[in-house]
Design a binder for this molecule. Sequence first.
Ligand code: IPE
Ligand code: IPE
Ligand code: MG
Ligand code: MG
Ligand code: MG
Length: 321
Amino acid sequence: MRSFQELSVFFEQEVNKRFFPEEPKNLYDAAQYIIGIGGKRVRPILVLMGNEIFGEVGQDAFKVAASIELFHNFSLIHDDIMDKAPLRRGAETVHIRYGESTALLAGDVMLVRAYEEIASINASSLASIFTLFNRTAKEVCEGQQMDMDFENRAEVLQNEYLQMITLKTSVLLAASLQMGAILGGADDTDQAHLYEFGKNLGIAFQLQDDYLDAFGDPDKFGKQVGGDIIANKKTFLLIYALENANPQMRNELIELLGNNEADKVSRVLQIFRACGVDQWANAQKEHFFNLAMNHLHALRVDEAKKKPLIDLAGFLIQRES
Ligand code: IPE
Ligand code: IPE
Ligand code: MG
Ligand code: MG
Ligand code: MG
């Protein structure tokens, strides 16, 4: 079983091919642009790892991996419009660079390209992968809608937040691993364990994303730090602070959410710090990391084969970008 870094080299060759024709230039350049500005490629590598833990990585795994990365990038283009985000991967977002209408279309065409990749795999796994892909894609939309609905709600409970991030983020990591496992010939029990590993890891991954959005180093993060605070995103940091701040800080926080003054981000961060959200964030990440590990341990393959997944999981919850 190869490491994340080793598999990344293989996948990068695959993703470096041009997925789109030349014309209309604006449309396809926009689609190619987001792929070209990088990213960690976590989900496609999870497809390859999910496959390699059970068997040899074949051409279909690369197609599914490319499909998943295309879908992920499509969701990022639309997400950046919804979140009014100026920066992604240390570069201008697609809608800032190409305009909102082209960004919408570029996202659409990437989704169609994602389906073309899936449709070209061997018939023996096509039905199960296609079904899982569609279920997951719908769940991502549901999670994204919940995320936006929560912006306008005064109170969101921790378990509502967990449901939202499970849908918008975790299920795609989980499905990537399961698709790999399907291609590797894993049985239903092992597929389910790998899916649950990915789901819990995905929750920890989004917790870290929300943490970095507030506390990340702007030079490393690649996105606008404080973007979630400006948009009144109901992240676990904000929910925890609203639940645990003293009455005076709680009132200040509620007042800050009601406006968008220049010092909003720094004042909200101050309250986050005063409430000890750091320790809470670490404890939460560890909790979901451990849940993920339980499922990985239950997987009926050689322990040595699990190491690259354990390493990747550790990296993902400590990452700085
Ligand atoms: C960003 O995902 C969107 C989330 C679900 C948090 P990544 O952090 O994997 O983004 P890239 O692909 O590496 O840029
Ligand atoms: C995005 O969550 C999840 C999807 C794109 C489906 P975020 O809005 O937190 O992702 P970033 O922080 O913009 O990457
Ligand atoms: Mg966003
Ligand atoms: Mg978002
Ligand atoms: Mg985020």
